[in-house]
Design a protein around this ligand. Structure first.
Ligand code: M6R
Length: 607
């Protein structure tokens, strides 16, 4: 996720900006840059870490007391010196940095190109510099307003103009932006830790607001121009807490980021009528129509996301779809052939087994589509098509928001394929499209129910074994829930289809064995309830994840974790959240190292 810095004050801007960028490094980035205004705009930027930028500015210092800075996490265009921010207009009189995605980037670039504009980078950001410059007639605030009225998406934008020295104008459209209020100096940043050692007083800029920073401090308006009065927030977190946005662990922060992640993953990609625009997914309708089979390959949580995906493809497209562990597939001489689509899912895009399975599929003539979070990763470079999940860097080893984004990506892919091949059940597809649009709001609502999950965690914190059951898509979610519990609580957990319990595992159910059951699939409800009865008859403690309006479930279970009503095909997306939180709170009660669980690594680049 990109990081933003800005400074107006009596001191040299460059050291303040560089220091702030270093403090934002935890957000993840691939290039960095700063611009300082001193009668002209002077830019230094480079691919790689801030250290490289420091070398550049040491060799070629920048002087001036107003400036902006940026760490870039690539979305449009590979990591490179040219694509790094800041970006200027061709005359060098406007300079911008930006965090987030301009959804109508292609449309705007085509428009500007038709007007004769030329671009030096592949980024959506450079478009913003051109838009502001085109609108500028001596009033930077008005020009920024004009530009953001044209740029759709979730982003934060920071701008300086050569003709208005001493001023920075910034806008927040969803992506975070804060102002630090110092003694005679003012800071802008995308996150509090960047300047927490310089001030403890902040203005949190809200979605849809514009802030003007100059020698008088900061004044906030709505983008439309209405004045906003905001009391500063006094922060007494320590630096480590601030990095985690005030949460105790990155995992918890990332769980809570999921509503915003869904908005990002969908951003500009799904029309109300279900048309899915997927940049970097280049197969044509003919390929989609003639497609023989879909294979999904991945490991760990990404594989679990693939389990949900295979069901989405089966139900929306009636397509034969298999999901294979990459470490199995690569040695299994799979029957992949020309005309097949192989979807390799990997948050990092660097998992050795997934890369090996993906390469094998390509050798066999399949088309390779990567679902990955990391722009420029090995998987993305080797794939024919790429669906970037846009979850932002995930720091906790236990994956949560990346899983969520992988699910959303697969719904989008199914709709893209369905547009060419026809959808098997258009009414179901319509419910899914509607559900995707309302999902961020219902996930947000779910986050407010954490206290109930924390309470339920006490019931299983001392267990030796926990079983997770469900049918169909609920089974797929159960598998992910059990993996979360295992990896951070170190409790043995196992997921199985609810119908399988009676074929052996029931022998292990006693009153000390909690069973978690997921119930979002209406058609399978009664069958799952039978499995619950089998558990109850052996004294097992049952915790269910069920819809708000499920009135029957209370009769069969000891504890119910409620989720907002959704349609069956989207049910798993909400159901996974209480399971993530449950694992988190159990691990917390047990005093484990939640973000760095023992024996595990974030990216498994060995076989
Ligand atoms: O980067 P990848 O998505 O390819 O990683 C695959 C697995 O190693 C990963 O999902 C792992 O299972 C998670 N850390 C579990 O939370």
């Amino acid at each position: 996720m990109c990081g933003i810095m800005g400074y107006v004050g009596p001191n040299q801007a460059a050291p303040v900006l560089l220091d702030g960028l270093q403090r934002l490094e935890y957000r993840g980035y691939d290039s960095a840059g700063i611009a300082v205004l001193n009668s002209k705009i002077h830019v230094r930027k480079a691919e790689g870490k801030v250290d490289r930028l420091l070398e550049l500015t040491d060799n070629s210092p920048l002087s001036g007391t107003v400036g902006i800075g940026h760490t870039r996490w690539a979305t449009h265009g590979v990591p490179s010196d040219l694509n790094a921010h800041p970006h200027t207009d061709p005359s060098g009189s406007i300079v911008v940095v930006h965090n987030g995605i301009i959804e109508n980037f292609y449309e705007l670039r085509d428009q500007l190109t038709a007007e004769g504009h030329e671009f030096t980078s592949e980024t959506d950001t450079e478009i913003l510099a051109h838009l502001v410059a085109r609108a500028y007639d001596g009033d930077l605030v008005a020009a920024v307003r004009d530009a953001v009225s044209q740029a759709e998406g979730a982003y934060a934008l920071v701008v300086m103009a050569v003709h208005e020295p001493g001023k920075i104008v910034a806008v927040r459209r969803i992506s975070p932006l804060i102002v630090g209020l110092g003694d005679g100096e003012t800071f802008l940043a995308s996150d509090i830790p960047a300047v927490l050692h310089r001030t403890r007083d902040f203005l949190i800029i809200e979605d849809g607001e514009l802030v003007i920073v100059d020698e008088n401090g900061a004044s906030i308006e709505t983008i439309e121009g209405a004045k906003v009065d905001r009391e500063p927030l006094h922060v007494d977190w320590d630096a480590e807490m601030a990095e985690k946005g005030g949460y105790d662990h990155f995992m918890l922060k990332e769980i809570h980021e999921q509503p915003a992640v869904v908005t990002e993953t969908l951003g500009g990609r799904l029309e109300e009528d279900g048309t899915a625009w997927l940049e970097n997914v280049d197969f044509d309708d003919e390929f989609a129509r003639n497609l023989g089979r879909i294979w999904i390959t991945a490991c760990g949580t990404a594989y679990n996301a693939g389990m949900v995906g295979s069901e989405i493809f089966r139900r929306l497209l009636r397509m034969p779809t298999s999901v294979e562990y990459a470490h199995e597939m690569r040695y299994a001489d799979p029957l992949v052939s020309e005309g097949d689509l192989v979807i390799a899912i990997s948050q990092s895009g660097e998992t050795a087994d997934t890369l090996a399975a993906a390469r094998l599929a390509k050798e066999r003539g399949a088309r390779l589509l990567a679902v990955t979070n990391v722009v420029g990763s090995t998987l993305s470079r080797e794939a024919d098509d790429i669906l970037y999940t846009r979850a932002g860097p995930e720091i906790s080893v236990a994956s949560t928001k990346a899983y969520m984004a992988m699910l959303i990506g697969q719904y989008l892919l199914a709709l893209r394929l369905g547009a060419a091949r026809g959808l098997s059940d258009p009414a179901l597809a319509e419910r899914v499209i509607h559900g995707l649009h309302t999902l961020p709001a219902s996930l947000e609502e779910l986050m407010h129910r954490e206290a109930e999950v924390a309470e339920a965690a006490k019931r299983i914190a001392n267990a030796q074994d926990v079983y997770y059951i469900g049918r169909g898509l609920d089974y797929a979610v159960a598998v992910e829930g059990s993996l979360k519990l295992k990896e951070i609580s170190y409790i043995h957990a196992e997921a199985m289809p609810a119908g399988e319990l009676k074929h052996g595992t029931l022998a292990l159910i006693t009153e000390d064995v909690p069973v978690i059951v997921v119930l979002t699939q209406e058609a399978l409800y009664d069958k799952t309830v039978s499995a619950i009865q089998e558990v109850k008859a052996r004294g097992g403690d049952v915790i269910a994840v069920a819809y708000d309006d499920d009135e029957r479930i209370g009769r069969f279970c000891d504890t119910v974790l409620r989720i907002p009503r959704s349609n069956d095909l989207l049910g798993p997306v909400s159901a996974v959240v209480p399971l993530q939180l449950l694992a988190y709170h159990v691990a917390r009660i047990r005093g484990n190292d939640i973000d760095q669980p023992r024996n595990l690594a974030k990216s498994v680049t060995v076989e």
